[in-house]
Write a protein that binds this ligand. Structure first.
Ligand SMILES: Cc1cc2nc3c(=O)[nH]c(=O)nc-3n(C[C@H](O)[C@H](O)[C@H](O)COP(=O)(O)OP(=O)(O)OC[C@H]3O[C@@H](n4cnc5c(N)ncnc54)[C@H](O)[C@@H]3O)c2cc1C
Length: 455
């Protein structure tokens, strides 16, 4: 997987070091060994990694909090489906850049097993089933990476990646191999269809270093580990937050709660769909950032087979169909979970379209790609699992991205607290590491520290 594999200077350089904001330093309250006694009530909304990260930090400081989660289980986009007897992660799978990444040690403490993935363990096939020669793949990949710099340099806030790319490389946009790279690499990384992606802000975020590892026994282990000992109320969907009085009133489907500080970690998609009614309305700059930034569409599809018919030495199989974003990248799950299974993806506009297709329609399309590579006699799948992140009412999309008309500061605006009572976390509030598990986790740490500094 090429997520975050861009030519760019990261702010952190090769090794990761967290630069703590001033409010986290120089204060005895910020000595993490100090327990804090307070009568202030704190509510965390959302039991994804951001909310759980904050909740664990409060717990470690001896502070009682209540966490409200709309679903019947915690984890949010750390969602593992074990219905087939092995872990199919419907949301996050990888720890991107494990060196210095806080999720690395967390996953280890949580008992999550990891496997080093190798993006070069890949064959790419044309739509007629013929494999691309490695020399062709290498030269085009180098040209693709350089094209990202060209688009960034020539881009501007109002033009999409696709518009600038078309201007600069008019012969490439209809080249199937280029459509594959722009989709399986760039659209996967950013989540966005390139027609909707900002041309100059598409990769202004940062990475931790090191080759990606995948969690093989379920990412939800990390959520469960963080959740230990925390007062979590499930099936509590928050519909209103009134912060006009001295206390903040939080209304759910069942009751109301009062708190001094409320940390909101629901996804950007939930904020965009006005699932929570804020009184008074949120500040204009925050409303604008919510409206402008978008949620992406990435979906996953898992097929199991009675036997393996693909090259089982490979981790990945690429395919270059006419339609961009359409089942063009397959993971050989045998490498990771020792099953006769392939997982494929849909990205961008095609991903959104899949959510309107039946299981049978999707399976037929996926099988047609596999048949063109491996022949018509390959076995039919024995089971099929899929995601529909766009219509998931707890998320409304996969992860946040910078679209046309947005600036980097919009992500920062989403993280601004309001009246020192309302705080905001979640992957979409972390400009530097947006769209990732570690970005969400760090946002929870950041917001917990902000609240702790007020106690
Ligand atoms: C298909 C896919 C693949 C991904 N792959 C990777 C990957 O490999 N590596 C990586 O680092 N990242 C990946 N990500 C991104 C990563 O999963 C997210 O960035 C991260 O998990 C977000 O965490 P969060 O806490 O911000 O939000 P969430 O996990 O979405 O948590 C928010 C919580 O709020 C709850 N909620 C929503 N509405 C309400 C309400 N009204 N009241 C109360 N609770 C509410 C939700 O149910 C949810 O539990 C992927 C995401 C997807 C969808």
């Amino acid at each position: 997987m090429k997520r975050k594999d861009f030519i760019k200077q990261t702010m952190l350089g090769g090794t990761a070091a967290l630069i703590l904001p001033p409010f986290l330093t120089g204060c005895s309250k910020d000595d993490p060994t100090n327990s804090i006694t307070t009568d202030k009530k704190i509510i965390v909304i959302g039991g994804g990694i951001a909310g759980l990260s904050a909740a664990k930090k409060f717990k470690d400081r001896g502070i009682q909090i209540t966490l409200l989660e709309s679903q019947s289980k915690i984890g949010g986009r750390l969602r593992t489906n074990n219905s087939l007897g092995f872990a199919f992660d419907e949301g996050a799978s990888w720890i991107h850049g494990p060196n210095g990444n806080p999720i690395t040690s967390l996953a280890s403490s949580a008992g999550a097993n990891t496997f080093l993935t190798d993006d070069n363990s890949l064959n790419v096939f044309d739509s007629n089933g013929a494999p691309y020669a490695n020399t062709i793949l290498d030269s085009n990949y180098n040209a693709y990476k350089s094209s990202l710099n060209t688009v960034r340099t020539n881009g501007n806030i109002n033009q999409s990646f696709q518009t600038v790319f078309n201007n600069q490389f008019p012969n490439k946009i209809n080249d199937r191999l280029w459509k594959y790279m722009l989709s399986a690499y760039l659209e996967f990384d950013t989540g966005a269809d390139i027609s909707d992606l900002s041309s100059n802000q598409f990769d202004d975020d940062d990475n931790f270093s090191g080759a990606d590892v995948i969690i093989t026994n379920g990412y939800d282990k990390v959520a469960q580990y963080l959740a230990q000992g925390i007062n979590i109320l499930l099936n509590e969907k928050v519909s209103a937050i009134d912060y006009s009085g001295a206390k903040v009133t939080v209304t759910t489907s069942t009751t109301t709660y009062q708190a001094d500080y409320v940390l909101v970690t629901v996804p950007l998609g939930v904020l965009k769909n006005n699932i929570i009614n804020f009184t008074p309305a949120l500040p204009n700059d925050k409303l604008q950032a919510i409206s402008k930034l978008k949620m992406s569409s990435v979906n996953k599809f898992l097929l199991t087979f009675p036997s393996i018919f693909w090259d089982n030495t490979l981790q990945y199989i690429g395919y270059t169909p006419e339609t961009k974003g359409k089942f063009n990248y397959f993971m050989n799950m045998n490498k990771f979970v020792q099953q006769n299974a392939l997982m494929t993806f849909a990205f961008g506009n095609y991903s959104a379209l899949t959510e309107t297709l039946s299981d049978a329609q999707v399976t037929t399309e996926i099988m047609s790609h596999l048949k063109s590579i491996y022949g018509n006699s390959i076995p039919n799948p024995t089971s099929f699992l899929r995601t529909k992140w766009g219509v998931n009412p707890h998320t409304f999309g996969s992860y946040s991205f910078a679209t046309t008309g947005t600036t980097t500061t919009d992500f920062d605006t989403l993280s601004n607290s309001v009246n020192s009572k309302l705080f905001f976390g979640g992957e979409h509030t972390n400009r530097q590491y947006r769209g990732t598990v570690h970005g969400a986790y760090l946002s929870g740490q950041r917001e917990a520290d902000k609240i702790i500094s007020l106690l």
